[in-house]
Structures are given as C-alpha cells and as structure tokens.
Design a protein around this ligand. Structure first.
Ligand code: FPP
Length: 253
C-alpha cells in the first residue's frame, strides 16, 4: 500500500485523518473593515492558530494549510513581504509550543525561491520537531500542485539517470515518493473558505479522492466551530474510492 492510499481505517471510524485548508478571504475581510489587506492576513494567522489547536479534538492527525502559492508572487511586493514575515513569526513564536505538544512541522513547496532567513527558520523548526508524531502540521509555502508534480518528475528522471531508480515497475506509488507530500497520507477532506469553489492548484495529485467542502466564511472569522461543521459534512459523505456500494459492503469496481 503506497503512502497516498486512502486512509480506510480512519474512514471506517467516520472521521477525516488528514484535513487540508485553503484559507481564503483575508483581503475581503480587511476590505469590509476599511483596512489594508495585511490586516486581514494578520487576523488570518490567529484563525490558523485557533483552528490548528482544535484539530486534535476532532480526531485530525494531519493538517495541511495553503500559506503561499507559487502564483502569489504576483501580488504587490509589500503584501508578499507581509506574508513572508507572518510565516517567519508564526514558526518562530510557535516552535516551543509545537515541540512541547508533539507537533511535527512539515513545509512543502519550492524552497529555492525563499529568502535564506526564512529557509533557516523553516529548516530549524523541521529539525527540532522531527521526532514528534502526535500531530502533523504541513504548511504549503511557495507551493503549487503542478510545480510539485513537475519537480517530482524531474527528481525521478534525475534518479533514473544517476542509477538510483529504474523505469521498470514504475507506477503511481513509485512516483508519489518524489512528491513533497510523500511523508504523509493524502487529504481525506479539503476545505476552502470564502465561498470560492476551486482547488487553485492545491494538492492536485493528492486530492484524487478527497472530499471537498466549501464554507461561506471569510478565513479570519474561521475557528473550531467551522471546522466542526466541515467534519460533520464530511461524515455525511459516502466515500467509495471508485468502488461500488453493494449490500452495504464496499466492493471494488
Ligand atoms: C487568501 O486570502 C489567503 C492567502 C493568500 C494567504 C493565507 C495566509 C494566512 C492565513 C496567513 C499567513 C500564513 C501562514 C502559514 C503563517 P486572499 O488574500 O486571497 O483574500 P481575498 O480573496 O479576499 O482577497
């Protein structure tokens, strides 16, 4: 069973083991208050903190959040700088708590384009939390689903060229090992806030069998109660992974 195989055990218990969040609506939230977009992003960090803190109460073991996309560089430089600064402060200020509470931090995305000081903070935090496994927080930063698949293909080709891998027996499970998400299970549930109904290049490969829930709340207003509603919606879904429900039993098909 490959790392990306759907987490049937958890599914049988009716919960979502891995929840991914597209935290959308910071700009609109700020605009409604006549404030600059940065104000919305800052409030977004608080929403992220309270949501992550509540996640284990819902039986969630992995949470992936979309912090900065490969397309976000096209935003005004001041906004890009604000988002970079927020990641730095978030990781720095929460590292001790993560260490203490058994949280392992994973950062996925293209690292090459990040400033050296951010890279250092990320790598330090990942190393310090490496042995934790009570909860996994995966931050997608300078991440794009297509970029990640293209980068994985390149790493695979390079491995074949260098004699570290072969074309024989190459399959989906073999390919997944080259994705930046290879350490964890695929998301069971992907939530997007703010009413937009798109994946926007998030976890394209990994989303194959994820349930999608769209909530009409702007991200800075998000919290445990909204996550609870998304989990309730998830439990009502009938997940079949391409199989068919026959006499109440999941039959492959
Ligand atoms: C979308 O809102 C949100 C983002 C582009 C960034 C999400 C970032 C945070 C919640 C804070 C920082 C993150 C980390 C991981 C520390 P938008 O600006 O597109 O909102 P809009 O659609 O209303 O304009």
């Amino acid at each position: 069973m490959g790392v990306m195989s759907p987490t049937l055990g958890q599914e049988e218990r009716g919960g979502a083991r891995h929840v991914a969040l597209i935290m959308d609506g910071n700009g609109r939230w700020a605009k409604q208050r006549g404030m600059p977009r940065a104000f919305g992003h800052r409030a977004g960090v608080n929403a992220l903190k309270r949501t992550v803190e509540s996640a284990p109460d819902f039986g969630i073991e992995w949470m992936t959040v979309f912090g900065f996309s490969t397309e976000n560089w096209t935003r005004p430089p001041a906004e890009v700088a604000e988002l970079m600064g927020l990641l730095k402060n978030y990781v720095r200020s929460d590292l001790t708590r993560m260490e203490r509470e058994g949280v392992r931090l994973h950062v996925i995305g293209r690292r090459g384009d990040l400033a050296p000081d951010i890279l250092e903070i990320i790598e330090h935090a990942e190393a310090r939390t490496r042995r934790n496994d009570r909860f996994h927080l995966q931050v997608a930063f300078n991440y794009g689903g297509r970029a990640d698949i293209a980068d994985a293909a390149r790493r695979y080709a390079e491995a074949v060229k260098a004699g570290r891998d072969t074309l024989e027996g190459f399959d989906e499970a073999g390919f997944e090992r080259y994705l930046s998400t290879a350490d964890g299970p695929p998301p069971d549930l992907i939530v997007r806030t703010s009413g937009e109904r798109r994946l926007s290049n998030f976890l394209l490969w990994e989303a194959a069998y994820a349930e999608l829930v769209f909530q009409d709340v702007l991200w800075p207003d998000y919290g445990p109660e909204h996550l609870g509603l998304a989990m309730e919606e998830f439990k009502r879904r009938d997940r079949r992974y391409g199989g068919a429900e026959a006499d109440g039993v999941l039959a492959a098909g």
